[in-house]
Design a protein around this ligand. Structure first.
Ligand SMILES: Cc1ncc(COP(=O)(O)O)c(C=O)c1O
Length: 492
């Protein structure tokens, strides 16, 4: 995207008046969040008891997402399974909740797998897609018969050695990448190159010398980004690969397409568009900044022109789980057969590993206001008892308006625009890069609630720098009625 805003060199151009209004980004929310946000005393009591910040999860909302996936997949005539990508959220209580709602668990490390086994999750409900598989992880998985998704020949050899030593057959899937899409190869650092994997599979899994240490159960890929067309093409190419392989001693059944199902965080496309236009105007110097230090979040100014594109998650999009999956499954191959038809006719099982989209509407993060100040630019900074690692997007910013509960709401107060700042001794510990418009200036003890933070935002990047303790995670199960502090449960 390249937008010409104005030519900075053109001295004759009359500057527009600086517009101080801030564009809102209203988040999608759920009744359980409203009950919490509307009750200052409850939030105060929770933050007092469990400290700030505090992550709260609604297990019912999470289970509803699991069931919704199941219902969508059940409308197709092929077998399918979903596995919750547990890396998206560390909270232990989500694991039994996922399994109760019919999902398995995709684990990404030794400790994630160990914890699931300790919780008594059956091995056939677990997979390991860890990027690094150290000896103890491979040994644990092979001992329990947990499916390992393998990525390279070192792993294949390692798993064979462990299986031989334990006198067990290892359950494996092969991760592939390098799919052809519109004449180009899709790059990934993960997986075997699809153009080279056949010889490797024949050598390790289907030759007289291979022995019986490996049981090849299926194939796996996880594509970066959110393209349904790429996922459709990759599925067809994996189905073709299975046919070409024509294995004698193995019957790979599943194709696991990982995660990356888009979710929508925002209630208004119009607000989303206005926000981006306003950000570009601010970056171009045509209005007051709407981000800390006039951060362009991907937009930059060069020779008086604003260039680039927003480098954040597409917080507004019109996909649902159903429409996203439908687009993938209706992708035709060269003969006009769709992915869904081929999965059915070729008796393959589709597997998904959603993380973020299973956590939609599942979590909020509460943080206590500690101080206010005005900086030398005249901006209000509101210091919160939390740090930047406790609300961190892997993209340029988390673009949802938070809610503030005031101990003493003042209907006469003037609206005020603020930045929320965190506890790390870094200039850049500004919790949201966006300036946020509030009904009144918060006071110490007021509580800020960031909504829909469960998928990656609340603690994927959390660190203990400065020896700050990690935030407590609580769950609430109560379906309706007012909440009491005792309705919130810590990790079981
Ligand atoms: C192998 C694998 N599976 C599943 C996921 C979950 O993806 P998402 O949270 O986008 O659904 C990821 C995310 O990085 C992944 O790498």
């Amino acid at each position: 995207m390249r937008t010409v805003l104005h030519n900075m060199k053109n001295k004759l151009k009359k500057p527009k008046p600086m517009n101080p209004n801030l564009p809102p980004l209203t988040p999608l929310t759920s009744p359980w969040m409203h009950r919490l946000v509307a009750d200052f005393e409850l939030q105060e009591a929770l933050v007092q008891r469990w400290q700030s910040p505090l992550n709260i999860h609604h297990l019912g909302a999470f289970q509803e997402n699991c069931r919704e996936y199941r219902q969508i997949l059940d409308t197709y005539n092929f077998n399918s399974r979903i596995f919750f990508a547990r890396k998206a959220n560390k909270f232990k209580n989500l694991i039994p909740a996922a399994v109760d709602a019919g999902a398995g668990i995709d684990t990404a490390s030794f400790r994630e797998l160990e914890q699931c086994l300790e919780l008594g999750i059956p091995a056939d409900q677990l997979i390991s897609t860890a990027a690094i598989k150290e000896d103890r992880l491979i040994t644990l998985a092979v001992t329990h018969g947990v499916l390992l998704i393998l990525d390279n020949t070192d792993e294949l050899e390692h798993v064979m050695r462990v299986a031989a030593h334990l006198n067990k057959q290892a359950q494996i899937g092969i991760r592939i990448s390098g799919f052809n899409f519109k004449g180009e190869k899709l790059y990934s650092r993960f997986g075997f190159d699809i153009d080279e994997v056949e010889a490797i599979i024949h050598r390790f899994c289907d030759s007289p010398e291979a022995g019986s240490q490996l049981n090849l159960r299926g194939f796996h890929f996880h594509l970066d980004g959110y393209s349904t067309a790429q996922r459709g093409a990759a599925l067809h190419q994996t189905l073709d690969l299975i046919i070409r392989l024509n294995l004698k001693s193995q019957e790979p059944v599943f194709i696991d397409i990982g995660g990356g199902v888009l979710m929508n965080y925002l209630s208004s496309q119009q607000e989303w568009n206005i926000f981006q236009e306003t950000l570009k105007e601010a970056v171009g110097g045509e209005r007051m900044p709407i981000t800390f230090g006039n951060d362009g979040l991907g937009f930059t100014l060069r020779d008086g022109e604003v260039e680039g594109s927003l480098a954040t998650y597409p917080y507004f999009n019109e996909y649902t789980k159903e429409s996203f999956l439908k687009e993938i499954l209706e992708t035709p191959d060269a003969s006009g057969n769709t992915v869904a038809q081929r999965l059915e006719q070729e008796h393959r099982e589709l597997r998904l590993e959603p993380g973020r989209s299973l956590l939609n509407q599942v979590g909020v993060t509460l943080a206590r206001v500690v101080h206010r100040k005005k900086d030398s630019r005249g901006d209000h900074l509101v210091g919160l008892e939390m740090n930047m690692s406790q609300l961190k997007s892997s993209s340029a910013d988390f673009l949802l308006d938070p809610f503030v509960s005031f101990k003493n709401p003042d209907p006469q107060a003037e609206p005020v625009a603020v930045y929320f700042t965190g506890a790390y001794c870094l200039e850049r510990d500004v919790l949201l890069k966006r300036k946020i418009q509030l009904a009144q200036l918060p006071k110490p003890g007021d509580v800020v609630c960031f909504v829909n933070t469960a998928g990656y935002m609340m603690h994927f990047f959390e660190t203990e720098a400065h020896l700050f303790e990690r935030a407590t995670n609580l769950s609430v199960e109560k379906p309706d009625g007012p909440y009491q502090p005792q309705d919130f449960n810590p990790e079981k």
